[in-house]
Design a protein around this ligand. Structure first.
Ligand SMILES: [Zn+2]
Length: 491
């Protein structure tokens, strides 16, 4: 082979042109700078659930847009309308920030989704540090939104920044879509995705979401999330609350009726009793069983993390399967029930139970709604109560599932191997990330969830953090991932 052939071969395969060492070196030497930017982002109380913080949230979107512009992106702030408030007034929703880096039609185009709003947090909730002041303790960076989702969003922006700073061409075109209402249901985003399906999304090949965490210390790729159907079951009886000493024994009590029907939803051993629900669930294949066996997961530390001596299942595969790919019923609360400290001998006139059923393939929320409603009415009818039952489904989010053998996931495995020198765990999430399903249904693009957060980051909880290690190595993972995606053949 002569030298010209060799050069051509190397250039054509693209292998030699990936200057990974240089790129990671740049990350290492800019660690403090990257943490400083995170510190500035964490200092903004971008709590989307609290309308009194709306100006902070607008400022957070402006800062995100500014950062993307500084790195050289073509940035737009998309108006997604207003939010109706319970008092009848309305306020502006935070704008959705979109950005574009590169328009080379010969390259793949990825679109990174993230959010920069956060869950509420107060020092009094039990935080050891001020939640809005990034605090480094033993290499962990504590602050509300550190892992969910500000550091991952910044890691993606830094990824582009590092390529640009070293004058290295981005291996793929990169787009961003960053929202500020994720924690309260992505108000306005669904409509925007539908509206921009044939514009912003038209040249996008793949969508990347980094809004989840690893399962253990081993890096992971996430290929599924459960959906959720959320129900209200209202039982109404007398026209007002009654005294149990005066009326108790003479009336059928709404609370007793409600508890009676709730008890028929799921057995103590976790078997869902609603006809048709279990039958719809996709069968656990041998291949899946094998995959679950290979996943790094320690039952004992899971137990100690949640403070329980016994779990529903005592082996890893059953536990993971019931955490990720089987439905479950959870009862969340009863509105109208007496729940204050002390005693009160009331018979509540009206009570509303809140419960939800996590959704997995091949369940369909519309079918589940009918199954649950019909079943609860039939159970209630057997009680021969004069009280009235009303069942409504208020959320019907579908599950999301990707093919872990898709080239996007192969690229993920290669990137994890390059950065961490291990194979990633292929995992699912028991929770719901509705936007993944929306992206899939509306745009028809393939999606990967590529987390960099640690298993113990405490999302939505007190003392949320991301480690320096996950933040920096995560940035390197994204750098490597863009290269690996560029290697996926165009068919
Ligand atoms: Zn999140």
């Amino acid at each position: 082979m002569n030298s010209i052939t060799l050069v051509c071969l190397l250039l054509c395969t693209g292998v030699s042109s990936f200057r990974f060492e240089e790129l990671t070196q740049y990350v290492n030497s800019h660690e403090e700078e990257f943490i400083e930017t995170l510190r500035q982002w964490i200092a903004v109380e971008s709590d989307s659930s609290d309308v009194t913080k709306r100006s902070d949230l607008h400022r957070m979107m402006d800062m995100t847009a500014e950062k993307l512009r500084l790195v050289g992106g073509s940035v737009e702030m998309v108006d997604v309308g207003t939010q109706a408030l319970p008092n009848g007034s309305s306020i502006a929703l935070p704008k959705v920030v979109t950005a574009r880096f590169g328009e080379d039609p010969s390259k793949r185009t990825v679109c990174v989704y993230g959010h920069v709003d956060v869950q509420p947090a107060k020092k009094e909730d039990g935080w050891a540090t001020d939640p809005y002041e990034l605090t480094d303790i033993d290499g962990n960076l504590y602050g509300r939104g550190a892992s969910d989702n500000k550091a991952p969003v910044l890691a993606w922006i830094h990824t582009v920044e590092v390529y640009k700073a070293l004058n290295i061409d981005l291996p793929v075109n990169v787009k961003f879509i960053i929202e500020g209402m994720e924690e309260t249901g992505s108000n306005g985003l669904d409509d925007m995705i539908v509206a921009q399906k044939d514009s912003f999304f038209s040249d996008v090949d793949y969508i990347i979401i980094s809004d989840c965490v690893w399962l253990s210390r081993r890096p992971a790729l996430t290929y599924g999330t459960r959906g959720n159907c959320y129900f209200f079951a209202k039982v109404e009886g007398p026209k007002k609350d009654l005294h149990s000493g005066v009326y108790g024994g003479t009336v059928m009590e709404p609370m007793t009726d409600l508890i009676g029907i709730l008890d028929k939803l799921i057995s103590p051993s976790g078997k869902i009793l609603i006809p048709g629900v279990r039958e719809a669930v996709a069968h656990l294949s041998d291949e899946e069983w094998k995959m679950y066996q290979d996943i790094e997961f320690d039952l004992e530390s899971y137990k100690s993390e949640i403070g329980l001596s016994q779990l529903m299942y005592s082996n890893k595969v059953d536990l993971l399967a019931h955490r990720w790919r089987h439905p479950t019923v959870s009862i969340h609360g009863i509105e109208g029930a007496f729940s204050s400290p002390g005693t009160k001998t009331v018979i509540p006139a009206k009570v509303i139970a809140k419960f939800s059923i996590r959704q997995v393939p091949n369940m369909d929320p519309a079918v589940v709604e009918k199954q649950v409603t019909d079943y609860l009415h039939s159970v209630f009818a057997k009680r021969k109560s004069p009280n009235k039952l009303n069942v409504t489904m208020v959320i019907g989010a579908k599950p999301w599932l990707a093919d872990p053998k898709h080239p996007l996931y192969e690229a993920g495995k290669a990137a994890v191997k390059r950065v961490f020198a291990v194979e990633p765990d292929l995992i699912r999430e028991g929770g719901t990330i509705p936007i993944a399903r929306t992206f899939q249904d509306v745009t028809g693009k393939s999606i990967i969830m590529l987390p960099i957060g640690g298993f113990d980051d405490g999302l939505h909880s007190q003392n949320e953090k991301i480690s320096r290690y996950n933040y920096m190595e995560g940035t390197k993972l994204f750098i490597a991932y863009l290269h690996e995606v560029s290697q996926i053949k165009k068919y």
